[in-house]
Design a protein around this ligand. Structure first.
Ligand SMILES: Cc1cc2nc3c(=O)[nH]c(=O)nc-3n(C[C@H](O)[C@H](O)[C@H](O)COP(=O)(O)OP(=O)(O)OC[C@H]3O[C@@H](n4cnc5c(N)ncnc54)[C@H](O)[C@@H]3O)c2cc1C
Length: 496
């Protein structure tokens, strides 16, 4: 059985067993009769994102695959000039997986970057990469050299500059967000100038652009740190959910762990009572490191199984039984670091046109983790929403980005909900999200920005107290406010 295949079973967390159960047990999906559906039209002249709920009319959508730098810069300048002269917004996106129109300029000029250029720099410590390269392409370039990305998201489909612009994080430990691994960027400022930014050159622009959701200019190239690829061996540990933070932080502080994550059970009856911690340490044998694997047939099968959990409590129980019992037995062998992060989003894809996957993420101070559990137990199971998975990760403190979500180390709690695409579900999801955010802000935690724009304006300001500073800096670089998108329109435009 291939390495990635083993991980895929864990990821879907219910493989074959859940599949059988899913087929046998009845799903209690509510009837859609009489509901107001929220289906995208897919009409020409519109753009959407991974939520499928952000369909927005745009003026033009162009794809940018150009290299070298100057050619791409000219293309961007032409688009900026036209947008400015006609009073329209301009914005760049990559894989469009952010879920609140963060890469969509309403009635404006949208550009999608798509170019896989990756090249090592002398010494092999860093690599130069096109802003639009997807992580799968980066891994393909680095893996044969025995190297891999230092920090990226859990899936490999996202754009590298986009990752910098949301300042995403993953599960390699003990690192902070990905921005910390970027040495420098080349970007076209809103005034058309091509500038290099780093911690020592145009530093304020570098830190505003890191996690700045594409509002300060268009990045065209980055220099990013690489790390050696390794053979890793997993360890699995079951525990009561309330004890998770203590064990998790202890494992990371030991300095021996290379990758780490946790899971909680999601059935409504015993919601978030049990936890599973999975840590990966360097294997004793590093003599032969196999190439990064791709997604196997079983991953595709697991996807169907994952879906059996929707409105199906016995399937959620079975998946948890599998994840904590059979899964560790199947997934106990060595696996390479690159294989673990080389998983495409499609593994989890939902082919049901009446539902969509909505992610949430909360950053919780480790000392308040049991309060987080309690808040979730009170808010989520009583809602109409179907939580299919929660993954717990570690993210180190970030003292650099302006829109900073982890001023100190945090436990990052990533939730995947399957949402019915109806007005009633949307209203309920917003209500539930706002209730969760209030509770988590009271704990000194925060919520992640690239997902549905359900937080209130007041919650946003509380969660991101430096938002006004960010707006001031953006206006300094972009006084005509040419770079705008759904995130700007929803949360920042009112602060100008
Ligand atoms: C299934 C799934 C799993 C995820 N897992 C994780 C995870 O493990 N960790 C995590 O932190 N996040 C995670 N996310 C969130 C994800 O990291 C962000 O949504 C990320 O932005 C997605 O990359 P993208 O290429 O789709 O970006 P897009 O949505 O296309 O763009 C994101 C932002 O970057 C800006 N941007 C993009 N390219 C440029 C550029 N060249 N110049 C200037 N601005 C630019 C856009 O304007 C936009 O504001 C996940 C999301 C999904 C849907």
């Amino acid at each position: 059985m291939g390495e990635l295949t083993r991980r895929a079973i864990l990821l879907a967390g219910g493989g074959i067993v859940g599949g059988i159960a899913g087929a046998k047990l009845t799903s209690n999906r509510p009837s859609l009769a009489g509901t107001t559906l929220l289906q995208p039209t897919g009409a020409e002249g519109t753009l959407n994102d991974a939520s499928l709920l952000s369909e927005t009319k745009i003026f033009r959508h162009s794809i940018a695959i150009e290299n070298p730098t100057e050619v791409l810069a000219d293309k961007i300048r032409a688009e900026i000039t036209e947008a400015r002269e006609s009073g329209r917004p301009f914005n760049v996106g990559a894989a469009r997986h952010s879920m609140g129109g963060h890469a969509i300029p309403a009635n404006g000029h949208a550009m999608t970057f798509d170019n896989g250029f990756t090249q090592m720099t002398p010494g092999n410590e860093t690599y130069r990469v096109h802003a639009g390269a997807r992580w799968g392409e980066v891994i393909r370039a680095l893996d044969p050299l025995g190297l891999g990305p230092k920090v990226m998201q859990s899936n490999n489909d996202f754009g590298v500059a986009a990752t910098f612009c949301v300042n995403a994080h993953g599960w390699p430990v003990p690192h902070g967000p990905m921005g910390a691994t970027v040495r420098s960027i080349f970007m076209v400022r809103p005034d058309g100038e091509l500038v290099r930014c780093s911690r020592t050159e145009n530093a304020p622009l570098f830190f505003a652009t890191m996690g700045g959701y594409g509002l300060t200019g268009a990045i065209i190239e980055l220099e990013v740190e690489a790390v050696p690829n390794l053979n890793l061996e997993p360890t699995f540990r079951k525990m009561p959910a309330r004890d998770f933070a203590q064990f998790f932080i202890g494992a990371i502080d030991s300095g021996e762990v290379n990758m780490a994550y946790g899971r909680l059970n999601v059935d409504r009856d015993t919601f978030f009572e049990d936890a599973m911690m999975i840590t990966y340490r360097a294997a004793a044998d590093q003599t032969e490191i196999p190439p990064a694997s791709g997604s196997g047939t079983l991953s595709q099968l697991s996807r169907h199984v994952f879906r059996a959990q929707v409105a199906n409590e016995p399937a959620k129980d079975l998946r948890w039984w599998f994840e904590t019992g059979l899964g560790p037995l199947i997934a106990s062998g060595p696996v390479t670091r690159n294989s673990l992060i080389n998983e495409p989003v499609v593994t989890l894809d939902d082919n049901d046109p009446t539902r969509t996957d909505i992610l949430h993420e909360y950053f919780v101070p480790p000392g308040r983790f049991s309060d987080f559990i309690e808040a979730c137990q009170e808010v989520i199971p009583s809602s109409y929403q179907e939580l299919l998975n929660i993954t717990l990760r570690y993210v180190g403190g970030d003292a650099e980005s302006v829109l900073n979500y982890a001023p100190a180390p945090r436990i990052a709690c990533v939730m995947l909900f399957s949402q019915e695409m109806t007005q009633r579900a949307e209203i309920d999801h917003e209500r539930m999200t706002q209730a969760l955010i209030d509770r988590i802000l009271d704990m000194g935690g925060t919520y992640y920005l690239p997902y549905r724009p359900h937080a209130t304006q007041e919650q946003f300001r509380r969660a991101y107290p430096s938002a006004e500073k960010f707006v001031e800096e953006k206006k300094f670089y972009d006084p005509d406010l040419v770079f705008r998108n759904g995130f700007w329109d929803r949360y920042l435009a009112d602060m100008t």
